[in-house]
Design a protein. Structure first.
Length: 107
């Protein structure tokens, strides 16, 4: 990608696992991480994988907004199907107000 190139050269004396920390770009971009390794006998190995930065955050944002709404909707539907709760709301004063036996609001 134009403008984004990081090269790290390191030499390690012992075999093992090593980590290299790189800064991520601030803009939406895709790229490839290539790892090239050579041992003391000049035996070379290479591996590469694709990476993307700031590309698919909207999918997580969509679920972050949709899941609480879906959970609240499911809770309301479950409570509405429960007859005891429906009777309690119909007879108690509150958002629905007090109702008479005919279903008319008493003032």
């Amino acid at each position: 990608a134009p403008g984004f190139l990081r090269v790290v050269n390191a030499t390690y004396d012992k075999p093992g696992r090593y980590a290299v920390v790189l800064d991520a770009p601030n803009t939406r971009s895709r790229g490839r991480v290539s790892i090239r390794v050579a041992d003391r006998h000049k035996l070379f190995c290479e591996d590469a994988y694709a990476v993307s930065f700031h590309v698919r955050f909207y999918r997580a944002l969509k679920w972050l907004l949709a899941l609480p709404f879906a959970a609240a909707t499911a809770a309301v539907i479950t409570l509405a199907q429960n007859e005891d709760v429906g009777d309690r709301f119909a007879t108690n004063a509150g958002l629905l107000g007090a109702r008479s036996k005919r279903g008319l609001r008493e003032d």
